[in-house]
Design a protein around this ligand. Sequence first.
Ligand SMILES: CC(=O)/C=C/C=C(C)/C=C/C1=C(C)CCCC1(C)C
Ligand SMILES: CC(/C=C/C=O)=C\C=C\C=O
Ligand SMILES: [Fe+2]
Length: 560
Amino acid sequence: MDSLWFSVICGHHVSPFTMLDFDQSCHRKHGFSLENKLVFGRKPYKQALITARVVSPTQLAIVPSPDKEPVDPDQNHVAWTSVKQERWEGELVVLGEIPLWLKGTYLRNGPGLWHIEDYNFRHLFDGYATLVKLNFEDGRLIAGHRQIESEAYKAAKKNKKICFREFSEVPKHENFMAYVGDLAKLFSGSSLTDNANTGVVKLGDGRVVCLTETQKGSLVIDPNSLETLGRFEYSDSLGGLIHSAHPIVTDAEFLTLLPDLLKPGYLVVRMETGTNERKVIGRVNCSGGPAPGWVHSFPVTQHYVVVPEMPLRYCAQNLLRAEPTPLYKFKWHPQSKAFLHVMCKASGKVVTSVEVPLFVTFHFINAYEEEDEDGRVTSIIADCCEHHADTSILDQLRLKNLRFFKGEDVLPDARVGRFKIPLDGSRNGKLEAALEADEHGRGIDMCSINPAYLGKKYRYAYACGAQRPCHFPNTLTKLDFVEKKAKNWYDEGAVPSEPFFVARPGATEEDDGVVISLISEKNGGGYALLLDGSTFKEIARAKLPYGLPYGLHGCWVPKK
Ligand SMILES: CC(=O)/C=C/C=C(C)/C=C/C1=C(C)CCCC1(C)C
Ligand SMILES: CC(/C=C/C=O)=C\C=C\C=O
Ligand SMILES: [Fe+2]
């Protein structure tokens, strides 16, 4: 097929399409076949941008398009293409060897469907959740995927349009009164999405919950069938509409942060395993700015919760807007400064709040306490995937940018940002790279660690790095914070998802285990990949029947 993209006005939509999308959408609406359109597609418009106005099923007029960027369909990577079908399950042929001790299910969540009918969503984070499973037993691998049946997804399918406020998408209003009504619903939270497309966690009692940044988007799923079982109802009366997308989950508890947009601050809350009731550990008031900083994630040590206050803050005005702003629901406030607050888990007291250099992060990796020779905690180290205080990564995650890779090196640099928070009453904390960023190609995000080292001094982390030139993290990298070295895995044109570490039962070494990732290939294919946690060499791979869209975060559900 020619390298040709169209901006198409068919009376029912105005949006950029590949020939294939164009064909599918027009076929549904108007009953055309692709051959009809190739008549004009072969004209010398290759690589050019055109608008085709569909006058009648057989008559096509072409006019130059005013503002759409040309995109090469060869670059239409499966990672950024909506999942092919609602669900699939089957056994995969394994090349290499799956360790026999690996018994259980790896689950991965992510936004895998980015259109409703002919309307294409704008941002990676807008997509309706696609859950993927890899079930390992006796060296065999059964895989599957299924759409999460959130209210937002069901309503969009039924009404053939977006019905709830997503990360960047807002339902289109028929008239001004409908817009005003929607604003009222925003305050009650009823217009917010429950599209649980960010992560998935296994609670200590075995329940498996898919999560996003809205509290209502906490949905219980069955890890075997991937069926959506219903909403996870928080039984307390803490209220609030949003929370951190990444709670800290152990067998004993679920810890999270509830940002308070009215009186800028955060509630640190704890839900004991087996309950649905969150209880307040304590409250942190913001040290700067008109609103709390975005808390996509946060770290803990053994005794403390670290509450980050990024200068990228929630923004009430932007929440109300119908059209996305460059920073979506957030605003960059460099003058408001950046802070880290440390709360004692046992007492709920804020033991220190320090100003730190400006930073931007989605993901904290881990944190731990440093002690003096008498065993007194002197400081806290907190590591994150840090984007050099540059918010442009949010824009880079727009689908338009992800779907357009012309070989230029456009991925903004990132590093492992290591914060040092003194507990001696000093007012400032430090931020430095934990290792030379060139070790991982100056790209870093989507991290995991050995969960036994949560909150403790640790040596290794696994993440996605960069082999440049690239426009998205395209390697798997194992970071060694002692040697300050990285081991990198790369497959040309492939988009790997978060490397997820699973420890070997009984292991004594931190990196004794496997690393699981799902790879979306440039030829449209995809495979599950297993690397050895220690050598970081491939031990097994298994081809999927078709490539899957990119996914975000995963969890491990061991076989009972
Ligand atoms: C997929 C991912 O990593 C993040 C998703 C974030 C979402 C869905 C955020 C949604 C929000 C709203 C719909 C309104 C309130 C603010 C905010 C939490 C950003
Ligand atoms: C995929 C991503 C960042 C990549 C940057 O290099 C962030 C995802 C955040 C949500 O979970
Ligand atoms: Fe995340």
